[in-house]
Design a protein around this ligand. Structure first.
Ligand code: C5P
Length: 224
């Protein structure tokens, strides 16, 4: 199976309070995007396409290996992955059977997670996501913040990346998705096209860096 990796790295650093795109924020002196690319490569996915902000191409090219392909991302994560997927489908390159889509914002994802996703794809699953259980009581609230319902947490899962897909299924699902629709992950895109999504165990270390506390925690993990 030939798998290609996509790293979504075109987001801003707004919630992190960063002075640069989040994917360029350093963790132990290395930009987050470099950690994410390494996870895919160490997991056996050598060919990687990274979606980056259009005005930061040079900055990303400076920190990433020469053989990582860069594409200009979009205003939403969905648009960024769509742009990278176009590059993956380049007819001049060997056709990939599978695509793994990973967030640059999950720098400490262990390669075991990549292995589990690849194994499920090799076993015939058209779409695979790593998940973790929800350990807190989880509720819904109304506009005033008043609790309206408690959700049965036994059936809830937190979804991580990398998410794996049969390439044809992912390409087809993105083609069917109206251009203006924004979804928060790629499993949602294929589900909208009716593709069944399998789960494999995720890993707490694959947590997403969103706010400054997450970065502090990641720094502690790499220094400990
Ligand atoms: O904003 P959030 O942390 O959920 O973004 C998840 C991932 O999607 C990040 O790695 C971010 O760089 C990427 N992203 C993107 N293009 C956007 C917005 C987010 O590639 N327009």
């Amino acid at each position: 199976m030939h798998a290609v990796g996509i790293v979504a790295a075109a987001g801003s650093g707004l919630r992190l309070g960063a002075d640069r795109p989040k994917a360029l924020v350093p963790l132990a002196d290395r930009p987050l995007v470099c950690w994410a690319v390494d996870t895919l490569r160490d997991g056996g996915v050598a060919d990687v396409v990274v979606a980056v902000p259009g005005d930061e191409l040079t900055a990303f090219a400076t920190v990433l290996p020469l053989d990582v392909r860069l594409v200009v991302g979009g205003a939403t994560r969905t648009a960024s992955v769509r742009a990278a997927l176009d590059a993956v489908s380049d007819p001049a390159r060997p056709a990939a059977d599978a695509v793994l889509v990973h967030d640059a914002a999950r720098p400490l994802t262990p390669t075991d997670v990549v292995a589990r996703v690849l194994a499920a794809l090799a076993g015939g699953a058209p779409a695979v996501v790593p998940v973790l259980p929800v350990v807190d009581t989880t509720v819904t609230v109304d506009d005033d913040g008043r609790l309206t319902a408690a959700l049965p947490r036994e059936t809830l899962r937190r979804v991580q990346t990398p998410q794996g897909f049969a390439r044809a299924a992912l390409v087809d699902a993105y083609e069917r998705l109206p251009a203006e629709v924004e979804l928060t992950d790629d499993a949602a895109v294929v589900r909208a096209a009716g593709v069944p999504v399998t789960t494999v165990p995720g890993d707490e270390r694959a947590a997403k860096v969103t706010v400054p506390y997450d970065l502090d925690l990641a720094e502690l993990q790499v220094s400990g």
